[in-house]
Design a protein around this ligand. Structure first.
Ligand code: SF4
Length: 282
């Protein structure tokens, strides 16, 4: 199963929702990023801290905040050595460290022990049309941040950690592409009719907030997911890549210099797409 070439949520959402040209730079041309961003590293380091905490958390014990903080701090220190990093105005490494500690304190006070099935586990599943049985040429792949065991049913619950600047709207979760893909994958992997998913959101407010949002999904959206992947695949195969100029994504785009030269030779992108799609990265 792991030999499949597959679409990840990140690749799919980049092509469908963010910018097709960014997709080309990252997944077809495999360009090195021109710059990196402190907020991205902050989120990755929080992830590392939470993952470490869940690995050592014992029943009937409080959340191992000390472990989470230690791993977060060390992970952040290493990441911030990146010479290409861009900080937001007024942001400093010391400030990020303090902010991370505050965010993890809030998490530690509100999180409750749950039995862990796996942390940071990779999956690859075939994509099958629920009505016709057609198996798509590429499967779906991704990484579950945490899979916990539901204490009542014993079924797996997929948990995704998010670090955001604003509260996450609960209604967005119903149509969320990542939730749809992860729900599909866990149902396939465990032979379930319904998937339970949870979003643990750490909001980077002045006063940090911990949001826990839950959604349950059956196969109702599977046909739509299948066709979405097919639409993206057709676009990529046809070499359809154009800049999403002025979008909210441009400020945080690691390929803005390459993008600025796109119009000088747009045909390059069509020719380059044929047979050069690795789609291996997260
Ligand atoms: S700068 Fe904007 S338009 Fe250009 S590739 Fe990046 S996201 Fe797309």
């Amino acid at each position: 199963m792991t030999a499949l070439k597959a679409w990840s949520y990140s690749a799919l959402s980049t092509y469908l929702s963010v910018c097709t040209l960014k997709y080309f730079f990252r997944y077809i041309a495999n360009l090195e990023p021109e710059r990196t961003f402190s907020r991205m590293y902050f989120g990755l380091s929080i992830h590392a801290g939470l993952e470490a905490a869940y690995k050592v958390w014992k029943p009937d014990e409080p959340a191992p905040i000390g472990v989470a903080k230690k791993v977060f701090a060390e992970d952040l220190r290493i990441r911030l050595e990146d010479p290409m990093i861009e900080f937001k105005k007024g942001e400093t490494p010391e400030g990020l460290l303090t902010e991370g500690m505050a965010v993890l304190d809030v998490w530690g006070k509100e999180a409750r022990y749950e039995e862990v099935i796996s942390t940071e586990s990779e999956f690859t599943v075939p994509l099958v049309h629920p009505e016709t049985g057609e198996v798509f040429e590429r499967g779906l792949k991704g990484w579950f941040d945490l899979v916990a065991k539901d204490p009542e049913s014993g079924d797996p619950v997929v948990v995704d950690f998010k670090t955001t600047a604003r509260r996450f709207s609960p209604t967005k979760l119903d149509d969320d592409l990542q939730a749809r893909i992860y729900g599909y994958a866990i149902r396939q992997l465990h032979g379930l009719d319904r998937a339970s998913l949870r979003l643990d959101v750490l909001v980077r407010n002045k006063k940090p907030v911990f949001q826990r949002l839950e959604v349950s999904q059956d196969s109702e959206g599977d046909a739509r997911l299948f066709e979405l992947v097919r639409a993206a695949e057709r676009g990529v195969e046809a070499g359809v890549f154009w800049p999403n100029d002025g979008s909210i994504w441009c400020g945080g785009c690691p390929f803005s210099k390459a993008c600025a030269r796109w119009h000088e030779n747009p045909d390059t992108f069509q020719h380059a797409s044929a047979g050069n799609d690795s789609r291996k990265t997260r």
